[in-house]
Design a protein around this ligand. Structure first.
Ligand SMILES: Cc1cc2nc3c(=O)[nH]c(=O)nc-3n(C[C@H](O)[C@H](O)[C@H](O)COP(=O)(O)OP(=O)(O)OC[C@H]3O[C@@H](n4cnc5c(N)ncnc54)[C@H](O)[C@@H]3O)c2cc1C
Ligand SMILES: *C1O[C@H](CO)[C@@H](O)[C@H](O)[C@H]1NC(C)=O
Ligand SMILES: *[C@@H]1O[C@H](CO)[C@@H](O)[C@H](O)[C@H]1NC(C)=O
Ligand SMILES: *[C@@H]1O[C@H](CO)[C@@H](O)[C@H](O)[C@H]1NC(C)=O
Ligand SMILES: *[C@@H]1O[C@H](CO)[C@@H](O)[C@H](O)[C@H]1NC(C)=O
Ligand SMILES: *[C@@H]1O[C@H](CO)[C@@H](O)[C@H](O)[C@H]1NC(C)=O
Length: 603
């Protein structure tokens, strides 16, 4: 039955194959799939017709939730790719039907690696937005419930599956989520009672020697939406090219990273990740599969380059610029308070570094720094200063004045040593990345004006120091992805304009305690006041960012909202603090803005 059903409902639109990037995009959902399969919920949408919204998205146990037989029919239609997974840790709970001590022991062994979470259809790297409903280490008498893990997951390998999932969700008012790697800090890849589209296996890659699109002519790469950074490093080495992608190995490059902007050690050299994009294949909220580039569906092309993830459609593949191979050398710096370095010397040194770092970005470099609280009046600082395309001699000559100034005030700096970074070389660890964390983040993009006058600089310094003294970690990334670096067609994109006028982006986070925290909120407010006109990076941001529209999207917000309303009047795509998200809210008793509860309309 299944093998007969599939070929008749799927139409291979070979006449349109010029418009797709990869064979997996050729088998598209036929316009009459709904009637052929006897599943009306597979029918396509018409965004020009008026839409009435339910009060809440359908949730399991409510009348609106599809009947078991509809799910069964859908399962037949998907023939094996519709999963109904239980949280993996369920096996560790004595009262759970899946309880199994052997399986539990295996999980505990494997879950030390990031791969466990990325390769699992449900789990994500920051667990509190899910509701921590089935932790890997059960508390005594702890329970395992589904929380904000999706109810069903489509394990995608072909485009028609995404189209069918989008149609089924839209026609049934289901909450739809997209999980790629699950790196999102704010719970944008989980959702209570949802149907999930899991893009993990879209790993296709093809190098294109010569690609022309408008004013761009040069090498490019076709890339699948499920590729992780480490996989791209391997492709880069093989093809002797450089692609702009994050330094952390397991981040998904063409899901959340590109759609949220995407910064990297090449940000001050080639601009943002979203500036690399030349063409996008995407399934829109009406279920249709389209190309978005500067000529076709240019509204989507604008919005999908930095205008936020999980908002306008589900990207399946892209064409991105490829650059000549580039070596990125690094010179690390570390110091801290000690018997000879008082806290006031320490903070003077931080000022010297923060001032100097603007010049690092102006020669195409980036710097990844951590200022960390180490106990009463003691602090530490580390910096990885990365210089694409610069020789060892150049780097030493450039950094010497900084080292000298630090030595002058009594910081015992070691000689400058330059080492090639492991970035932009084949991966050696098969994508084992950072361990999952569970902290709450704040983010700020510091405008250049904070370096242009001493008073503004001092105010910024004081706000940073107050945050660290209150035990929060200050993780800065010095970068300068200004508009000239964006190149064509980077300029007219949805990315936060604050990226174009910054020397420093910072994450301010606290580990462990993710609850409401008054000092944190007060100190973040002080930081925002000290950096007027700065923005925040949606990718590494506070779930309770006030006025997120301005912070994450700046002057682009209205235009992006226009695209969202026109393309997705149903609100098929929803994730916290994305464009248009203010129309809905999660009803939850959890701390902060977890995704563990029904998604309902707000007026
Ligand atoms: C360890 C770590 C290191 C990081 N390093 C960097 C860094 O160097 N630079 C940087 O800029 N950011 C960095 N980030 C932040 C990172 O960019 C975001 O977390 C990003 O959202 C990850 O995207 P993903 O697709 O891997 O994750 P997911 O959590 O799977 O997805 C993130 C969001 O994108 C949506 N999405 C995923 N795929 C698609 C798709 N195909 N179509 C539409 N929407 C989609 C999801 O629904 C979700 O809303 C880092 C995060 C972590 C945890
Ligand atoms: C990071 O960005 C992605 C898309 O860019 C988004 O889904 C994710 O939620 C962001 N993370 C945070 C913490 O905001
Ligand atoms: C328990 O888990 C182990 C390891 O995954 C598996 O081999 C075994 O079949 C499971 N037992 C039961 C009863 O499911
Ligand atoms: C767990 O349950 C047992 C038996 O009901 C009880 O004695 C014990 O106090 C419980 N522990 C906790 C931490 O609630
Ligand atoms: C998802 O699909 C991939 C590719 O077909 C397959 O290798 C994998 O085992 C599937 N995963 C699950 C959990 O079904
Ligand atoms: C640092 O370099 C200088 C000049 O090369 C050298 O004289 C000095 O001994 C070095 N110092 C250390 C601590 O290695």
């Amino acid at each position: 039955m299944r093998s007969l059903l599939l070929p008749t409902v799927l139409l291979s639109l070979l006449t349109c194959s010029w418009a797709v990037n990869f064979p997996f995009e050729e088998a598209q959902l036929a316009e009459d799939a709904a009637s052929t399969a006897g599943l009306p919920a597979l029918s396509f949408g018409d965004a020009s017709k008026p839409v009435t919204h339910p009060d809440c998205k359908a949730a399991p146990g409510t009348d609106a939730w599809p009947a078991d037989e509809d799910w069964e029919k859908l399962g037949d239609f998907f023939s094996g790719s519709l999963l109904k997974p239980e949280p993996p840790a369920a096996v560790c709970y004595e009262d759970h039907p899946l309880a199994n001590a052997t399986a539990c022991r295996d999980i505990k062994l494997n879950s030390g690696s990031t791969r466990f979470f990325i390769d699992d259809p449900l789990t994500v790297l920051t667990s509190w937005p899910q509701g921590d409903s089935c932790p890997l280490n059960p508390a005594e008498n702890g329970t395992c419930t589904h929380g904000a893990f999706p109810e069903y997951v489509v394990n995608v390998t072909e485009v028609w599956q995404i189209q069918a999932a989008v149609n089924f969700a839209r026609n049934n008012d289901l909450r739809l989520i997209i999980k790629n790697t699950g790196h999102d800090f704010a719970g944008r890849s989980v959702g209570y009672g949802s149907l999930s589209v899991w893009t993990h296996f879209l790993k296709q890659f093809e190098f294109i020697q010569e690609y022309t699109q408008g004013s761009y002519s040069g090498p490019a790469a076709r890339v699948g939406a499920g590729l992780e950074s480490w996989e791209l490093y391997d492709h880069m080495a093989e093809n002797e090219i450089t692609l702009v992608c994050p330094g952390r190995y397991t981040v998904g490059v063409y899901g959340g990273w590109t759609q949220g902007g995407g910064h990297s050690a090449l940000a001050s050299t080639f601009g943002m990740g979203s500036d690399q994009v030349l063409s996008i294949q995407v399934v829109t909220a009406d279920g249709r599969f389209v190309t978005a580039d500067p000529e076709e569906n240019s509204d989507l092309f604008y919005a999908l380059r930095g205008g936020g993830p999980s908002t306008y459609g589900i990207v399946t593949s892209l064409i991105v610029k490829a650059h000549p191979p580039i070596v990125v050398k690094k010179a690390a710096l570390a110091f801290g308070t000690s018997d000879t370095v008082s806290s006031s010397t320490f903070w003077a040194a931080i000022d010297i570094f923060h001032w100097f770092a603007q010049y690092i970005t102006e020669v195409g470099g980036t710097s990844y720094t951590y200022v960390t609280y180490q106990g009463e009046d003691s602090f530490s600082f580390t910096a990885d200063n990365e210089f694409p395309g610069r020789s060892e001699d150049e780097i030493v000559r450039f950094l010497q004045p900084l080292w000298d100034s630090l030595a002058e005030i009594g910081i015992p700096v070691k000689n400058i040593t330059v080492s090639p970074t492991t970035n932009w070389a084949p991966s050696t660890n098969a994508g084992v990345g950072d361990s999952p964390g569970n902290s709450r983040f704040g983010s700020r993009l510091f405008p250049k004006r904070n370096w242009q006058d001493e008073e503004a600089f001092a105010e910024m310094s004081a706000a940073i120091r107050a945050l660290v003294e209150a035990t929060f970690t200050f993780h800065a990334i010095f970068m300068n992805p200004h508009i000239e670096l964006a190149g064509w067609p980077g300029e007219d994109s949805g990315v936060n304009p604050a990226f174009r006028d910054t020397y420093m982006h910072a994450d301010i986070f606290f580990v462990g305690n993710i609850e409401e925290d008054e000092p944190y909120e007060t100190l973040m407010d002080a930081l925002r006041k000290a950096t007027p006109g700065g923005g925040a990076y949606i990718n590494e941001s506070d779930v309770e960012e006030p006025d997120f529209q301005e912070s994450f999207f700046g002057k682009n917000y209205e235009r992006l909202l226009g695209v969202k309303r026109e393309r997705d009047p149903w609100g098929v795509f929803w994730a916290p603090s994305t464009v248009g998200s203010e129309g809905w809210a999660v009803k939850t008793d959890d701390v902060l803005a977890s995704q563990n509860g029904p998604l309902c309309r707000v007026e």
